[in-house]
Design a protein around this ligand. Sequence first.
Ligand code: ADP
Ligand code: MG
Length: 292
Amino acid sequence: ATPMSIMTATGRGAQAGVLIKNAEALERFEKVDTLIVDKTGTLTMGKPRLVAVLPEPGHDETEVLRLAATLEKGSEHPLAEAIVAGAEERGVALSDATDFEAVTGKGVKGMVDGRPVALGNLKLVTDLGLDAADLTAKADARRDQGETVMFVVLDGEVAGLVSVADPVKETTPAALQALHDLGFRIIMATGDNERTARAVAERLGIDEIRADVLPEDKARIIRELQEQGARVAMAGDGVNDAPALAQADVGIAMGTGADVAIESAGFTLVKGNLDGIVRARRLARATMRNIR
Ligand code: ADP
Ligand code: MG
């Protein structure tokens, strides 16, 4: 591509809220046929709210929330913020955790008031050697609403569930429709549970999902698609998404997301919504047409 046509595209992109890192990103994007989208913070607002605390028999609702929120004070994950904010809104007084540890893609662990507490997904519960099979129906009922369910473990037993809801961004449905119309194969990838992922995907007309993925899996999924001949763009916002953004033919970061995601990406969507991808595709087409 000529420097002039690239400059024009870069300028138009910037006006439309799409920051284009370099000519290669624009050239490669014209050939992309497969779009991987992260769920949390990309399709959804990434601002989850606590919607339910479900104690197990013999446990108290406020106490389950207090333990969960005390532990989550140490985490910067959006789920953690939702739990801490939920506790504050309900006037629950928190204490301080010790031995805090974040388990990437799974949850958090630590000691609260001298007792071992853990909070996270089923993988975390399984890693602790526990069985949460009895809780499946209760958890699934929430997941079917698109909620993310976390298990609270106290003294080596599940003390309850906490559930958060993260609304879909207002702009997401129309942007996805336009991206489908442009002919992209669209795959949603998420560290979240399969059932939650399916509920969200169904509402958005996305028919391919990769759920329960650990952060390192996202880059591997992209590599496998590339090996099958796909040209892949990945849209994501999180610190965890950076390796996948780098692996993709074109990484697309949400401008509202983590700095490291933006650094790893070829495009940045300033407003943090997927409309920018539709614009970027049109720009890439127009630019490449002009120079051929
Ligand atoms: P995503 O791909 O949806 O952005 P992550 O890899 O960040 O997901 O997290 C995957 C899952 O791990 C979450 O859905 C949650 O169940 C669990 N998890 C991660 N961090 C935390 C945390 N701080 N507290 C509770 N659960 C967590
Ligand atoms: Mg995310």
